[in-house]
Unconditional design. Sequence first.
Length: 416
Amino acid sequence: MTAADILMLVSVICIWSLLLVNVVLIIAGYLYYIQVENQPAPELRGEAPFVSILVPAHNEGKVIVKTVESLLALQYPRDRYEIIVINDNSSDNSSSLLGKLQLKHPERNLIVLNTDAVTGGKGKSNALNLGFAKSKGELIAIYDADNTPEKKALLYLVSEIAQDPKLGAVIGKFRTRNRDTNLLTRFINIETLSFQWMAQAGRWKLFKLCTIPGTNFIMRREIIERIGGWDVKAIAEDTEISFRIYRMGYRIKFQPKAVTWEQEPQTVKVWFKQRTRWAKGNIYVIVKNLKLVADPAAKLIRFDILYFLSIYFLLLTSLIMSDMLLILNALGYVTTTIAGFSSFLWLLAITLFVVGTFVTLVTEKGEMRLSNLWLILLMYISYCQLWMVVAAYGLYTYLKDLVFRREAKWYKTERF
């Protein structure tokens, strides 16, 4: 075998290993979906615990009113929850809009914490820490400023965590509110259903593991107090705090009946900036926790560490390597005798991707359309290929920030 053959073979094995892992997660996630659908919704027993809802917001004037009004309308005892909006160094009309909401609802526990460039403007983690310092709930719920949770979302989250002391947090599902805006938002909607919530469902079904998303989740106050709050250096604060919850011996459960609807990026530029931040943030968490792979006490989170490590380093490298070799072989610069076999495996991988993704969509009302098959295929050859660029650029910016010791900043996703 030539050197090119060896590199190609290694790349194919790595790609297919991770592909099969995701197929297993999809199957397990589907089984969990069937299980949850056949079960009654979780019910709250006894007195409702007091909940503090934190909403970090930076220049969110376009969406903040709808978000707060949806939180005020939650089906949860009004005197048993408070809403704390951290208006973090905003330069738009957020402060005025929030002030009007307070005047409109004087009887409600609506607290607005306005910060400036000195006290705030240092990232989402810092904003959450400021809001937490003002909170009094035994349970802490987080919602992003562009969210409109369904009325029973909080009730379902609280009911789950109140029933099991082993749960440190419970996460819900988020859906794409603007999914029909354009082709990009349709791709994001598919990605969210297939690779966000279905993967979460599969990991919970198989390993009793979940990773906290940035929104629509609840956690115990004592956990935040014990770990000293959110890591201000982490721009993927959700993944980072998940790992710390695991290390404390708690589990994080997924309850798909707790649903929130959020606004997703509508332009490639905004999407690229957001996803690069996610990639860079997850790389920070991987590096921070890499030493735990060999720690027997951290066996609960070993799968997640290896999974994220494989996705952001092994898979990225393998995809780039195999694509380069196929291109160089076609141009005649290198010779690989297994290029044809690799092409067959590539086509088979596409088939598995399309079928597996479509299966995840049929679990959602309004998504079981044959036209989605063509949309998923188009997504594979376009949207998914951009992921490699996002992951590579995320790694580059992480290393750049590390070298120049740049502080974490508030990466604002543009609203529409």
